[in-house]
Design a protein around this ligand. Sequence first.
Ligand code: NDP
Ligand code: KPL
Length: 341
Amino acid sequence: MAEPVVIWGAGAIGGTIGAYLARAGHEVLFVDIVPEHVEAIKAGRLAIEGPVDSFTTGGDAVTPERMSGKHKRILLAVKAHHTEAATRALAPFLAEDGMVVSCQNGLNELVIADIVGRPRTVGAFVNFGADYLEPGRILFGNRSAVVVGELDGARTPRVLALHEQLKVFEPEAVLTDNIFGYLWGKAGYGAILKASALDNQSIADFIANPARHGLIVALVREILAVAAAEQVKVFGFSGFDPEGFARGDAAAIAASMQRMEAFNRASAKSHSGIWRDLAVRKRQTDVAAQLAPVRAAARRHGLRTPIADRLVELIGEVEAGARAIGPESADALSATVRQAA
Ligand SMILES: NC(=O)C1=CN([C@@H]2O[C@H](COP(=O)(O)OP(=O)(O)OC[C@H]3O[C@@H](n4cnc5c(N)ncnc54)[C@H](OP(=O)(O)O)[C@@H]3O)[C@@H](O)[C@H]2O)C=CC1
Ligand SMILES: CC(C)(CO)C(=O)C(=O)O
């Protein structure tokens, strides 16, 4: 693609994708609110570290106040609770025929479309693991799914071109006509990651812990019931078998849990980004923002989501300093499953 790509939110996800594009000679403009990180990128000190790859690159980089011009392709990679503010900030710089691509967890496409319009919103699903370590340093923990698609599933020239560009980062990137199928799949799988953040266990250990089995199954099924009510055909990835979970098929669920455990055990990113926000960065997470559209959809369909509701409450308590991360907090979530049964 000849036009520059804007990476809005150049942390773990945006920084990694942008670094690959920059290294391959694509013109990249990184935008981030962390001035030291912006300076490092500008100075050519954006380092990708870890088992997947190791290289240092850089590119043009600005904080949002210094942004200018009109851009056709903006990849948004901020946390879900920052989506609205970031989209409002980027909107003046989005060309009339431009697109914002949500490289995020959650159903952020709905928020973005409300601000810049559905025709200027493109969906993406990312499941690779990365951690922002410090300004200019990102751990690329493992490769995993990268999927893009127009919200209405059309194979437009712009999404075909975007797909080709993303292959520079992930050669197996997928172009889909059902992006919401992947996003709801991540909502189901991502619920496990969110629950795991209540404990200090790694994602793999949390999934393998027999004490968490009932919680994981009930939580995933609760989310998938909402997806079913929304009439979304949900896709699996990285060992996650949504159909097996939705059917309540014990053998399929056990096999899926084993695959998800193995997938996560092989990653250098041992804990979820949410756990990292709570335990390492000591800051608010985007759990409530990620689950808001899921819970809202549930209410529209007259469905209850007691486990997701409690998960949001418990994470909120940790964020507020009123609860510690540990087995007791995961037990408190498990208790909801018994009450709901
Ligand atoms: N990390 C991972 O492995 C994965 C993450 N995801 C999803 O990807 C998305 C991005 O996550 P991740 O990269 O981990 O997050 P990071 O916090 O590492 O990166 C986001 C960056 O955007 C910055 N930012 C916040 N608000 C704005 C704004 N208004 N304008 C510009 N920059 C801003 C952040 O600054 P500050 O830190 O100061 O807020 C940070 O530098 C999230 O939705 C996450 O759930 C999906 C799959 C895997
Ligand atoms: C664990 C991971 C990287 C998915 O593989 C993730 O989505 C997260 O940390 O939020």
